[in-house]
Design a protein around this ligand. Structure first.
Ligand code: 13P
Ligand code: SF4
Length: 302
């Protein structure tokens, strides 16, 4: 089937099944264009919370679809590809976190949404890359266990007097950006703005001009007078940036970096998901109840 035909069938199934397609900013161009809503993790969690369709087709990675299910337990949430995973989400495990909590009984746990539902369920509050500073500073405790991204944790630490105990997790995609790539970009494009994601290493963040979540980059690029932007995040975002700002130039920081999980979903998978109701997200009720508290607390704060 050609893309146009697929898109036509997807749209037909969407109205028959009362479905909405939510997609992350890293998705492939065809999916970005077919989606009803495109955003970063925080935008997508908010949308999943407020949307009224009975079916959500989630084009992103598993933890994002799980967040949608946790916030809308009565809806059918479909993840079109079974290998749409975020390896960082698997880096924090429930038993190890329980042990760390025992070591720091007065600490509260702030868990990045890139985590499993089980870990969220034993956390005090969740955060995303768009609101981690606000969330941490809102808590009435001096010690915080920050899970699982050590880079986002180190970035957040710069904006708070609280002590953050960092988990040893990281994103294998953002960890590939190097400070040499920043030096090269500065040399080749002296007038460009270098914007990076807070999942990048502290060395990279230190040399960058701006640090934003993916939707933060979209907003900044739209509002800025600058013409050239060097983008230090997964390459999928560049498609959206170019489409929404045709008069501006967007280049990857160094070689383009790809997240395999984010690229697992193809247009045909979206069609099959709608046609066959696959692959449904199922979570245990007690896990959903615990995780919902932490996610809703984040949405209330931010
Ligand atoms: P954003 O919330 O900034 O879109 O980030 C999600 C993510 O997985 C980054 O790698
Ligand atoms: Fe996870 Fe990194 Fe992919 Fe984001 S880019 S989904 S953090 S592996």
């Amino acid at each position: 089937m050609k893309n146009q035909e697929l898109i036509h069938k997807i749209n037909k199934l969407k109205s028959e099944k009362d479905a909405v397609i939510l997609a992350h900013n890293y998705q492939i161009p065809e999916i970005q264009q077919t989606a009803d809503f495109l955003g970063d993790s925080l935008d997508l969690a908010r949308k999943a919370h407020s949307d009224s369709h009975s079916v959500i087709v989630f084009c992103g990675v598993k933890f994002m679809a799980e967040t949608a299910k946790i916030l809308s337990p009565d809806k059918k949430v479909l993840l079109p590809a079974t290998d749409a995973n975020c390896p960082m989400a698997e880096m924090a495990e429930k038993r190890a976190l329980l042990k760390l909590k025992e070591q720091y009984p007065d600490a509260q746990v702030v868990t990045y949404v890139n985590s499993t539902a089980e870990v969220k369920a034993i956390s005090d509050v969740c955060c995303t890359s768009a609101n981690s500073v606000k969330i941490v500073n809102n808590l009435d405790t001096d010690t915080i266990i920050f899970v699982p991204d050590k880079n986002l944790g180190a970035y957040t630490q710069k904006f708070t007097d609280k002590k953050l105990i960092l988990w040893d997790g990281f994103c294998y995609v953002h960890n590939q950006f190097s400070s040499e790539e920043i030096d090269g970009a500065k040399q080749n494009y002296p007038d460009a703005v270098i914007m990076v994601h807070p999942e990048c290493t502290p060395e990279v963040i230190k040399k960058a001009d701006k640090v934003f979540s993916t939707s933060g980059m979209v907003k900044f690029a739209k509002e800025s007078d600058k013409k050239t932007f060097i983008v230090g995040t997964e390459q999928g975002l560049i498609h959206r940036l170019k489409r929404e700002n045709p008069d501006k130039q967007f280049l990857s920081l160094g070689a383009a970096k790809t997240c395999r999980g984010m690229k697992a979903i193809k247009l045909i998978d979206v069609y099959n998901a709608l046609k066959n109701d696959q692959h449904q997200i199922h979570l245990r009720d007690d896990v959903m109840t615990g995780a919902r508290k932490a996610i809703e607390k984040m949405l209330d704060y931010a």
